[in-house]
Design a protein around this ligand. Structure first.
Ligand SMILES: [Fe+2]
Length: 408
């Protein structure tokens, strides 16, 4: 066992014992101990890795799939200390069934906190409500943040460097504070641990039908939605929305669910659309390697306010943040067989415009929308060649894409 973490664990134990192991005091005790001991300044990451690889005297290791990977550095019946490595970074928006504190030992992260307002339980494992972003900040190496269990501490982290490493001092589990909900913005909370084996197998079977291009795929989903309760209907829709959209039957299938569940269904539609948007951006992160572009994608994935994105781009790269974003927009243009793409905005070929002139005109349109000069409602001179109808169409496409957060 690494002597640094042995000392840290023993010191936390001593402090907490003095306070009779009061659970409400643990986050503060853990945070103070991490701030005082400062692993980021006092632990050499290479030494930690070598020590763990070469010495057998380590605490019991869990088989947890959290972290990439998770190393347990100190273990005690009341709490433990873990190092979490993050290679590709984003966590879901989640709450905890444990409490303590985490410390950014290497790398830095974007940290967002949320409230889940007007929450109502559909089942013990599924809730509806309004997820509201509270605060966004960049956590530098050396930052420490406390964690409380339950619904008052909902957050997400996006790790900027590879690897990022966090040290967590945490309880094993705080009774009565579960489930450890994962939040699907803007309106759904699900219990990720709850395993409904029958639904899992049905989703897999639907994937088989998708792969084999079964002609009755949409009809079967419609029939299932007629039979299923709200929660399981949601999971079937979540699984099938992508393929149903490709088939052109999504609206028809959605209407079956909406009719069946009435007002309860309304929050589900925007949640499913947001899942699709996030999945598309996450998939792009696999192919986009440029560090600045990945940073930008992370912001579009995780932030929903223009001012937060502008502030974080300015902080990270200095200068005029909007100009930086527009230069990324230019670099991110992709011309494929299916058309011209700027991230998830698929732009049309304009009749009468040379192919090579398209990127520039779309960039000008985006610059115009982002800089917020559209209040007069008129088309600027530089975009006149597009014509009013094309301009309106392009504006609509940007508004429906991930760029919308930046548009005034
Ligand atoms: Fe967390």
């Amino acid at each position: 066992m690494d002597p640094f973490f042995k000392n840290l664990g023993e010191s936390v134990y001593k402090q907490w014992k003095k306070r009779n192991f009061d659970l409400t005091l643990f986050p503060e005790i853990a945070r103070d101990a991490l701030e005082k001991s400062k692993p980021s300044s006092n632990i050499d990451l290479q030494d930690l890795i070598h020590g763990f690889l070469l010495h057998d005297e380590q605490p019991f290791q869990s088989s947890s799939g959290f972290g990439q990977p998770e190393l347990i550095l100190y273990d005690n019946p009341k709490f433990y200390i873990q190092a979490l490595f993050w290679l590709d970074g984003t966590t879901d928006i989640h709450q905890h069934e444990f409490s303590g504190a985490f410390h950014v030992m290497a790398g830095s992260s974007i940290h967002a906190t949320y409230d889940f307002e007007k929450a109502r339980s559909i089942t013990a494992h599924f809730r509806l409500g309004d997820l509201k972003l509270k605060h966004v900040s960049q956590l530098e190496t050396g930052s420490t943040v406390s964690i409380t269990s339950g619904r008052n501490c909902i957050h997400s982290l996006f790790h900027l460097e590879t690897p990022s490493v966090t040290i967590v001092v945490r309880t094993h589990a705080d009774p009565g504070t579960g489930p450890q909900f994962t939040y699907l913005p803007p309106h759904v909370a699900i219990d990720p641990v709850q395993q409904d084996g029958l639904t899992t197998r049905r989703k897999q079977l639907l994937d088989v039908l998708e792969q084999t291009e079964a002609p009755d795929y949409s009809d079967l989903v419609v029939e299932m939605l007629g039979e299923l309760d709200f929660e399981r209907g949601f999971f079937i829709l979540q699984n099938c929305i992508g393929h149903l959209r490709d088939l052109g039957t999504w609206e028809q299938v959605w209407n079956v669910f909406a009719r069946k569940h009435g007002r309860l269904a309304a929050p589900v539609k925007s949640t499913l659309e947001e899942i699709i948007r996030r999945d598309a951006l996450t998939a792009m992160r696999i192919t986009i390697e440029d560090v600045e572009h990945r940073f930008f994608l992370a912001l579009l994935l995780n932030l929903e306010r223009r001012e937060d994105i502008v502030r974080l781009v300015g902080k990270q790269y200095g200068g005029d943040a909007l100009a930086t974003i527009l230069s990324w927009a230019e670099e991110l243009i992709q011309i494929t067989d299916s058309g011209l793409w700027m991230l998830d905005a698929k732009l049309p070929w304009i009749t009468g415009l040379e192919e090579e002139d398209h990127p520039l005109i779309f960039l000008k349109a985006l610059r115009y929308l982002i800089k917020g000069e559209s209040s007069s409602g008129k088309i600027p001179t530089e975009l006149k060649s597009l014509g009013a109808r094309n301009f309106a169409q392009i504006k609509e496409i940007f508004f429906r894409s991930s760029w919308r957060v930046l548009i005034r």
